[in-house]
Design a protein around this ligand. Structure first.
Ligand code: HEM
Length: 459
């Protein structure tokens, strides 16, 4: 079996998409000044008092006094130290640049301009550690903001988001914590997802139904956890931290000219912002189930594929491996050729869970973003309202193709007319939602009410 590991992540049936070991909570003592700056940084510190980001220019001034750890950083070999350093410098670069945008937002309700340069003491070690990990020098989802940024408050209490805390924070408030720690919580089931994915990519195999069933039930559990977002992080508080995860690419109102890494490059560089779209669950499900073959040919699809390059190399290799295998032996063809009706029922469940994930997630976007702000760009730099529903269409198309293969066969485990009724409801719901959001000044609440009326309210 192939190895998809970089020493920090290992995409396999033991770790799934989570780090092999819990990430370091603090940096080694050598970096005491950097650690202390990170501890002092949040708008609200752990002891409840205001941190540097609570006062204009305070974080920038403190960063400018930071020693340059470039030579020390160059020597690091331990994967956990490297990941924690990347996390620390990523947070600092985002806080340093976006602090003015945050303060303008507090005063005017609109994001202001970001600082357009980071000083050499920050830029040089940051770029070196990013190169060592082979990632872009900007806050990412894997090593920095989410999967590499948690610790368990009590070891025995497990993965529930409320038992997880962020090692490094921007706002320091509970809604930021709940928001990003829930992403980690959902990934507690990723070992089984990876196990089933590798089992299904393996061909020929006689385990296809067992693996498909595991894949579907795991997605179901993940969806159950995902729905807890509504309580983990209150939508009205999303803007308390959202500005700090913006990217330098695609967000021209905040970074009109990109970002200068002083002492590294003379010209500005741009990178996409931190986003759940860098998470691996849905892409894995799309590749394995074949939904990816129904993606529309548009900018969102290009964006999602571009985001593959914002993941650790070992995750990229995993995607590459399963994509190649599924292209060689597409799942639906295997099921149809072997007249495997049971497998088709399991595949339909997988589609159903991907649909529920995306439709529930669409409701997140309506509430947490559209209801809170007139700014039409997501942190990843995408025009949000029009893009997200495209991927829901892809799932509905895949479902219909599978239905057409199943409809002429009797199957006691599958109620065809019930299925059709539920499918038609989904199509209707999507069309009505698209109609609402096609109006320039649309009312996000209407999307929400519609979901409630049609039985798809997410919480
Ligand atoms: C309040 C919660 C959330 C909000 C407001 C939100 C917002 C967004 C936005 C605006 C996008 C558009 C692309 C971009 O520019 O980044 C996006 C994409 C995406 N997000 Fe989230 N997200 C949330 C939670 C999650 C969670 C918990 C996950 C998974 C663990 C996730 C996974 C994804 C994926 C896979 C995409 C790519 C689009 C797709 O494949 O359908 N998101 N999200």
């Amino acid at each position: 079996m192939k190895n998809f590991s970089d020493g920090f992540f290992s995409v396999d049936a033991n770790s799934g998409f989570l780090p092999i070991e819990e990430p370091l909570r603090k940096l080694p003592d050598t970096y005491a000044e950097l650690q202390s700056l990170l501890d002092e940084m949040p708008v609200v510190k752990d002891d409840g008092s205001p941190g540097l980001l609570a006062t204009e220019r305070a974080l920038e001034q403190a960063t400018e006094r930071l020693p340059n750890f470039l030579n020390q950083v160059k020597k690091e070999k331990d994967p956990r130290v490297k990941a924690a350093l990347f996390r620390g410098y990523s947070f600092l670069a985002s806080a340093y640049t976006l602090s003015p945008a945050h303060h303008t937002y507090l005063k005017t309700g609109k994001y202001g301009l970001a600082n357009k340069k980071i000083p050499p003491t920050l830029a040089q070690p940051f770029v070196v550690i990013a190169e060592a990990l082979e990632v872009f020098p900007w806050l990412d989802y894997h090593y920095a903001y989410s999967l590499g940024n948690f610790y368990k408050k009590e070891e025995t209490k497990g993965w529930d988001w409320s038992n997880l805390s962020m090692a490094v924070k921007f706002s320091g408030m509970p809604d930021e914590q709940g928001f990003i720690m829930l992403h980690v919580d959902i990934n507690q089931y990723s070992p089984n997802l990876v196990k089933a994915a590798l089992g299904l990519a393996d061909y020929p195999t006689d385990e296809i139904n067992a693996n498909l069933e595991l894949f579907g039930t795991t997605l179901q559990k993940m969806n159950e956890r995902r729905r807890l977002m509504w309580e983990a992080s209150r939508w009205k508080h999303y803007n308390d931290f959202r500005v700090f995860i913006m990217g330098t690419k695609g967000n021209v109102d905040i970074f009109p000219e990109g970002l200068i890494y002083e002492g590294v490059w003379d010209t500005p560089h741009t990178y996409r912002g931190q986003t759940g779209a860098q998470d691996n669950i849905i892409p894995t499900a799309d590749i394995i189930s074949g939904v990816i073959n129904y993606y529309p040919k548009n900018q969102l699809t290009n964006y999602l594929l571009d985001l593959r390059t914002y993941r650790p190399k070992c995750v990229q290799s995993f995607f590459h491996f399963i994509s190649k295998k599924m292209d060689q032996h597409p799942l639906l063809k295997r099921l149809v050729d072997s007249n495997n009706l049971e497998g088709m029922v399991h595949l339909m469940k997988v589609f159903e869970e991907i649909y529920l994930f995306r439709n529930g997630h669409w409701q997140f976007v309506q509430k947490y973003i559209m209801q809170n702000t007139a700014y039409p760009k997501a942190t990843g730099g995408t025009p949000i309202t029009s893009w997200i529903p495209n991927q829901i269409k892809a799932v509905l198309r895949a479902m219909k193709v599978l239905f057409d293969k199943m409809k002429d066969h009797q199957n006691p485990n599958w109620n065809q007319s019930e299925w059709l009724e539920s499918y038609n409801k989904k199509v209707q719901l999507l069309n009505k939602q698209l109609k609402i959001v096609s109006i320039e000044a649309f009312d996000p609440e209407a999307v929400f009410d519609l979901n409630e009326k049609m039985g798809y309210q997410d919480f």
